[in-house]
Design a protein around this ligand. Sequence first.
Ligand SMILES: Cc1cc2nc3c(=O)[nH]c(=O)nc-3n(C[C@H](O)[C@H](O)[C@H](O)COP(=O)(O)O)c2cc1C
Length: 234
Amino acid sequence: MSEDRRGRLETDPGMSLVEAVYARRSVRGYLDREVAPEMLERIFEIAQQAPSNCNVQPWKVFVASGELKNKLSAQMVQRTREGVAPNPDYPYRGDFENDYRRRQVECAVALYTEMGIERGDREGRQRAVLRNFEFFDAPNIAFIGMDPAFGTTVAIDVGMWAQTLMLTLTAFGLHSCPMGTMRNYPDLIREAFDIQDDTRILFGIAFGYEDPTVPANRTVTSRDPISTNVVFRS
Ligand SMILES: Cc1cc2nc3c(=O)[nH]c(=O)nc-3n(C[C@H](O)[C@H](O)[C@H](O)COP(=O)(O)O)c2cc1C
């Protein structure tokens, strides 16, 4: 049932919002260190404060750790290795053009350069793809879905929840990686969590403590100036 909103606890970290926004980045290598269950619960409670259309709170979240996480990873790695065609619940368009394409390439180059993968290194690329399905060794992977009857406009709410979660993780000294690749085999997720309702999987978020020695974690992405995205007028 509904709960009152409690606000900040004394034990919560003091990182400012601006610091959290700049400290968050996609981390693709984690330490073998569990996140304390009480901390996890607090983080998800804070993320739950995200806004949503008519306050419907449409996000459905399934967090796997331990043996279940390892099993899902093994299944996804196997399917990817065997070239099993993805069967996403929500269609994905990856063929970007113009500025979108330029940014997509820049981000891939930034990552692959740190990983030591050169152009045309097909094996290296395949290895990089598989790292997704190993969840980058994160101790936790959250799968995020919603009822498709909501459509695009309510999917916006799920995105807002996701960024709230990732910023909160950052404030608590954790890191994360949002993962569209977690769309690929939603049947495995439904089976693992015994999902019987209409929830369809949108994406995933791997999270845990960063392993700073992993080269991929040196990746720095850029942002275009706000004039390319934002118009102010009065
Ligand atoms: C919805 C979404 C899906 C993403 N999917 C993946 C993914 O499957 N694998 C991956 O390595 N990174 C993935 N990313 C991370 C982006 O590449 C990353 O956010 C972007 O390059 C900007 O870098 P930053 O997060 O470090 O600021 C995803 C990001 C978002 C928001």
